[in-house]
Write a protein that binds this ligand. Structure first.
Ligand code: PEP
Ligand code: MG
Length: 550
């Protein structure tokens, strides 16, 4: 199974097809053009770029919607002055047209790559134009996607917008690329066509055309030569689930009416505004540290209040849980002054940064309290990486002194084990299954090799979730889950069966979770939880729960 980045959800199973070869530009030094030939060569370049642009415009005229826009924009790029002028200068200096085009595009592509994510993704468009113009100059067929004779999955390094724009969704049923990001043209077109798409797949280039693969655009995986029966079932299930998710509008509840709030995880105002349009009943985790990853200095209280206020405003009177800075380990913040540590995941991170940074937590809580006042809302606040009841008490006392409702995250096994004592001080718990799994299994959450250990279906992790949920139920306080586990519809049902009272996940995953929950009873969730707890491996836990839920 190859891992990539999910771009458009859904599962498909079909053979691989690959776009036709692109012309190679020989970059070995070649003889300069003689002076009298240069003007003609420049003319040839202009004619080639015009021919490429004309063909793209003709295709744009026959396409509709985004596809048509993409083709028209690419046609413009074929005659864009920036690269054409550069290429012409190279021809004037003696370079043949094919080399001049290669050199000019490479120069601009490098500048775009340096400019960052969004600009870098436009590099693919520019390289596509280069290949088309070079093919035209060399008298070669235009590079691009073959028309398959049966439903197929198109795999490539990256797909040029012009290739994807002309696709027929009944023949190209999914896309997978080894480069590209979730906002690339490939992903945009896949979304428009409504076909699953995974980008940045490690190892995809080694999978030859004709190989049967299964693309899971929700999990971001590509399985090479999977079991045919299993793959066929996975495709059918995903199609049925997608239909149900499209129809789900909330609120979160089981088939027999047991209410479970389904919430969104967000990282800033923009994400919150998007999530507010989904069926999310609120925000279960606002990761504040993600607002400041590129900041050298700590934002003052007023700026923090403005930033947090955007998220509070987006959700109005719906619930919002703001997490205080979870700096350190995989998310270092420059202004938190992290010490050099051999084991940063076990070091000064989360609530622990408050000790070496006097006032940082107080100022953040002040910013949250100000944002609450400015927006007329009543957010809850929670601290990450709590390990002891004393830490929970200190945080709760300070938050309460500012009029905020305090809770803590359960991410450290010690906190799950003593959840009852922590609950003496706070009003709610939120289980971070990503870190709880990492620390329970002693397996780095970033490690690809340890993926079976860092699986939140591990029965040991489920046992700790059960302990925390029981502790909450005993005193009538809410216990939610805001880690990735809550985004897995089947696991979400198990969490509910374990006694979890809310689920918070990426906004795109919420409808799938809510729709699944609506199909099962609380008793089924409890049976699935019991069956999963009774196993010894993550795979067995999943299988046992699936049987109880079906
Ligand atoms: C978690 O650990 O599950 C969690 C939600 O926090 P983060 O992923 O931000 O560490
Ligand atoms: Mg965490």
């Amino acid at each position: 199974m190859l891992q990539g980045v999910p771009a458009v959800g859904g599962v498909q199973y079909a053979p691989v097809i690959r776009p036709g070869a692109r012309p190679r530009v020989d970059d070995a030094p070649i003889a300069e053009l003689a002076e009298p030939e240069r003007a003609g060569e420049a003319e040839r370049l202009l004619a080639a770029s015009a021919a490429v642009a004309d063909r793209l415009r003709a295709r744009a005229a026959h396409a509709t919607g985004v596809a048509s826009e993409v083709l028209a924009t690419t046609a413009q790029l074929a005659q864009d002055r920036a690269w054409l002028r550069d290429a012409q200068k190279r021809i004037e200096a003696g370079s043949p047209a094919t080399q001049a085009v290669g050199g000019a595009v490479d120069k601009i592509a490098e500048a775009l790559s340096k400019a960052g994510d969004l600009m870098a993704e436009r590099v693919t468009d520019l390289r596509d134009i280069r290949d088309r113009v070079i093919a035209e100059l060399s008298g070669l067929p235009e590079p691009g996607v073959p028309v398959p004779d049966r439903p197929s999955i198109l795999c490539a390094e990256d797909l040029a917008p012009v290739d994807t724009a002309g696709l027929d969704a009944s023949l190209v049923v999914a896309l997978a690329t080894s480069l590209g990001g979730p906002t690339s043209h490939t992903a945009i077109i896949a979304r428009q066509l409504g076909i699953p798409c995974v980008v940045a797949v490690d190892g995809l280039d080694e999978v030859p055309a004709g190989t049967m693969i299964m693309v899971d655009g929700t999990l971001g995986t590509v399985t090479v030569s999977p079991d045919e029966e299993e793959a066929t079932v996975a495709v059918a299930t995903s199609q049925r689930d997608a239909d149900l998710a499209r129809q789900w509008t909330g609120p979160g509840r089981t088939a027999d009416g047991h209410l479970v709030a389904v919430l969104a995880n967000v990282q800033d105002g923009a994400a919150a505004r998007l999530a507010a349009q989904s069926p999310a009943e609120g925000v279960g985790l606002f990761r504040t540290e993600l607002c400041f990853l590129n900041r050298d200095t700590e934002p003052d209280v007023d700026e923090q209040a403005r930033i947090y206020g955007e998220v509070l405003e987006a959700f109005g009177d719906r619930k919002v849980v703001v997490r205080t800075l979870d700096a350190g380990s995989d998310k270092p913040l420059k202004f938190a002054g992290h010490p050099d540590e051999a084991n940063p995941a076990l070091g000064v991170r989360g609530i622990r940064i408050a000790v070496g940074n006097p006032g940082i937590l107080t100022r953040q809580l002040q910013g949250i309290a100000d944002a609450a006042r400015n927006t007329g809302t009543t957010p809850w606040v929670m601290a990450p990486m709590i390990a002891t009841a004393a830490e929970a008490k200190a945080f709760a006392d300070e938050a309460r002194s500012m009029g905020l409702t305090p809770g803590v995250m359960i991410e450290v096994p010690a906190a799950a084990l003593l959840a009852d004592r922590i609950l003496e001080h706070v009003d709610f718990l939120s289980i971070g299954t990503n870190d709880l799994t990492q620390y329970t299994m002693a397996a780095d959450r970033m490690s690809a090799e340890l993926a079976t250990l860092t699986d939140p279906w591990q029965p040991a992790v489920l046992a700790l979730v059960a302990m925390a949920a029981r502790a909450g139920a005993a005193v009538g306080k809410p216990v939610g889950v805001c880690g990735e586990a809550a985004a897995d519809p089947a696991l979400a049902c198990v969490l509910v069966g374990l006694g979890v009272t809310s689920l918070s996940a990426a906004a795109t995953a919420i409808a799938g979770v809510g729709a699944r929950l609506a199909q099962v009873t609380l008793a089924q969730c409890q049976a699935a939880a019991e069956a999963a707890l009774d196993t010894a491996t993550a795979a067995d836990a999943r299988a046992a729960a699936m049987a109880a839920l079906s």
